[in-house]
Design a protein around this ligand. Structure first.
Ligand code: PAF
Length: 252
């Protein structure tokens, strides 16, 4: 496994014979890798000759500067998770990814303004812009995204279609702890007390008769609720517990 922290070096590698005629699978991440990411990497490994992982805590998708500062960073343990699964790990700097100082960006004007977008202004502009840049840099045949970030997945698919990008977006099922809590890098920030309550989030989303009924049930369990909404056969929610924001969704 080769770690590339310079885009010039990566571009040279990508243009080399090693990639000629080989299918490339790509897993974009912000690091703090867990078993959910491992599943994406395993799937990419099974389906492609070359697997590329990117680790980049993308500043433009954080609407809250404190959230960006507090986002977990753990490159050494991330590389241990990726070992044997990824062939190359891209760890670019923000300066390299944004030579334009983010003057050019991708905006979607419908779904991106709802749900997460309504609570995190500009979040999906940052996500779509960085994903487009990474897809150009990596030129994968397939790119792997988790269904936990349902809205992100739909928006990336929409962008790929709208901009005629030659890549297949592969959705991967949410990986959960035994008690039902969806794996997320943010779970590391839960106190033991909050961690004990957190599995109630998915349970209540699943058990409630309607999105509206889920809200008071979540509040009674100790969550602050940003939203719960049913959309396209999926119940989506975002909550906060002791200041840690969790998102999840369940099929109806
Ligand atoms: O899902 C994530 O980790 C990020 O939003 C992504 C897709 C890597 C873009 O920064």
């Amino acid at each position: 496994m080769k770690v590339c922290d310079s885009l010039a070096e990566w571009r040279e590698k990508r243009a080399s014979d090693r990639f000629t005629g080989q299918t490339v699978g790509f897993v974009p991440t912000m690091g703090a890798l867990h078993d959910g990411h491992r599943t994406l990497l395993q799937r990419a490994r099974e389906e492609n000759a070359r697997v590329i992982l990117s680790i980049f805590v993308n500043p433009t998708q954080f609407d809250d500067p404190n959230d960006l500062v507090r986002y977990p960073r753990s490159l050494e343990s991330d590389l241990a998770v990726a070992a044997g699964l990824a062939d190359y790990v891209l760890v670019p700097t923000a300066k390299e990814i944004y030579p334009d100082s983010y003057h050019y960006r991708v905006s979607e004007y419908e779904l991106s303004r709802r749900l997460e977008g309504a609570h995190r202004p500009g979040h999906f502009d940052g996500v779509l812009t960085v994903v487009l840049k990474l897809l150009h840099l990596v030129q994968p045949r397939r790119a792997y995204f988790g269904e936990k970030d349902w809205q992100q997945l739909q928006l990336v698919r929409g962008m790929v279609e709208a901009l005629f990008l030659p890549v297949e977006i592969v959705p991967c099922r949410t990986v959960r702890e035994a008690d039902g809590l969806a794996l997320s890098s943010r779970n590391r920030r839960l106190s033991p007390a909050a961690r004990a309550v957190a599995p109630q989030f998915a349970k209540i989303l699943r058990a409630s008769g309607s999105a509206a009924a889920a809200v008071p049930a979540l509040q009674a369990a100790g969550f602050e609720v940003d939203y719960v909404e049913d959309r396209a056969g999926v119940r989506l929610g975002a909550v906060r517990i002791e200041g840690v924001r969790l998102i999840d969704n369940v099929r109806l």
